[in-house]
Design a protein around this ligand. Structure first.
Ligand SMILES: [Zn+2]
Length: 388
């Protein structure tokens, strides 16, 4: 493919062989292509990687369902379980509708948390694992066995989480060890035991705020180091990092960096959020994802990760070109690294990329133009917001 503009603003050429990038830059023209595609002067961007999504929860594909309010995590869990019993469309159909929507916008890989509880058991996971097979040509799916209803307060869940890993989930999840289970050690004992037993990573939802949340983060970091799981553990949300004293922030960030724990943010609404640059300055990895998209937790969200990068810019007061590029990296290189993908747009990497109408990366983030051409494994899968 020629006549495209690289992220650095310079014209470039990209060669694809067997679904992978075989050459990039001026010499790619000499790679002996059998077919030459004209990029029409569009900007080349890496495929978008959603570090946190819930394919099983979405209500996309159904008529709009009004949001049921709930002012605590526990109330929302109860409301969601009630709603789940009445939804007629199966997870496979709703998840497929969401995949079609996000793939058309340029998402090439996701980490999907999937509810595991004593009512749903492994049904949601089985549905998402079938989507992983049926939709692999559009998107790569990693799954987290997520105890949405808690572990200690929902006896039997620990065994189900273990079974979920046996059934093919890639990571074990967790949820507010204090706020939901009121048993930090008990909750962490279960998920770290499963991670150790199966050699899988962890990605835990942590909404618990302030000093309590920071204490839990340090507990997670210490256990990560003790078990040699550095680099395999992520904590999603970690709102508490946005509301700590300088000294608490410093000691918590230092432990997170030592344990190589990655923090996921979606640039949430009116709650504190992890400070992106401060964490990076302390050596803490940070990545981003959509989280809830049109489900019992939020009527909003569309899965557009370029829009998500813009939302993070708004929350962090990012305006300079370099800041917009930083936000974009959270939904591409950084999220990709957490999902175990190599550096994007490099030789040997999957030929997963977008061509957009923008003169620079900053303009692409600011403009959020939906007229994107999406390539997955070197094959054009979408154009102008529609799958082809
Ligand atoms: Zn989530």
């Amino acid at each position: 493919m020629e006549n495209i503009i690289g992220c650095n603003g310079a014209p470039t050429t990209i060669a694809v062989t067997g679904g992978k990038i075989s050459a990039i830059g001026a010499d790619a023209r000499n790679a002996g292509p059998t077919e030459i595609v004209d990029g029409a002067g569009r900007l080349l961007l890496p495929g978008l990687v959603d570090g946190h999504i819930h394919l099983d929860k979405t209500l996309i594909g159904l008529p709009f369902i009004p949001h049921i309010p709930g002012d605590t995590v526990a109330k929302r869990i109860a409301a969601e379980r009630e709603l789940r019993r009445t939804v007629s469309l199966p997870v496979t159909a709703r998840g497929a509708a969401l995949i079609a929507q996000i793939a058309a916008m340029g998402t090439v890989a996701v980490r999907s948390h999937v509810d595991i509880d004593t009512e749903a058991k492994l049904s949601g996971l089985e549905a998402v694992l079938s989507l992983k097979q049926s939709h692999g040509h559009l998107i790569d799916i990693q799954t987290v066995a997520f105890p949405q209803s808690g572990i200690i307060r929902d006896p039997g869940t620990a065994e189900l989480l273990d079974a979920a890993i046996e059934a093919g989930a890639d990571l074990v999840g967790g949820l507010d060890p204090a706020g939901i289970d009121n048993d930090i050690s008990g909750h962490l004992d279960v998920i770290f035991a499963i991670a150790g037993k199966h050699g899988v990573g962890i990605d835990l939802h942590l909404h618990d705020g302030g000093a309590l949340g920071a204490f839990e983060l340090r507990q997670i970091a210490e256990r990560t180091i003790a078990l040699g799981l550095e680099g395999k553990v992520a904590v999603s949300h970690a709102f508490c990092l946005g509301e700590l004293s300088d000294s608490d922030f410093a000691r918590t960030a230092a432990l997170l960096a030592k344990a190589n724990i990655a923090i996921m943010t979606n640039g949430p609404g009116p709650v504190p959020m992890p400070p992106v640059k401060r964490l990076q300055a302390e050596g803490v990895r940070i990545f981003a994802g959509s989280d809830n998209i049109r489900d019992a937790w939020s009527p909003f969200g569309n899965g557009d990760l370029i829009e998500r990068a813009g939302i993070i810019c708004d929350r962090q007061d990012f305006r300079a070109d370099a800041d917009l590029a930083l936000a974009f990296s959270l939904v591409t290189a950084a999220s990709g690294a957490v999902l175990g993908r190599g550096a994007p747009l490099t030789i040997g990497a999957a030929a997963d990329f977008l061509l957009v109408r923008a003169g620079s990366l900053a303009e692409a983030v600011a403009g959020r133009d939906r007229d994107r051409i999406v390539y997955k494994a070197g094959r054009k899968i979408a154009e102008a917001g529609q799958l082809v």
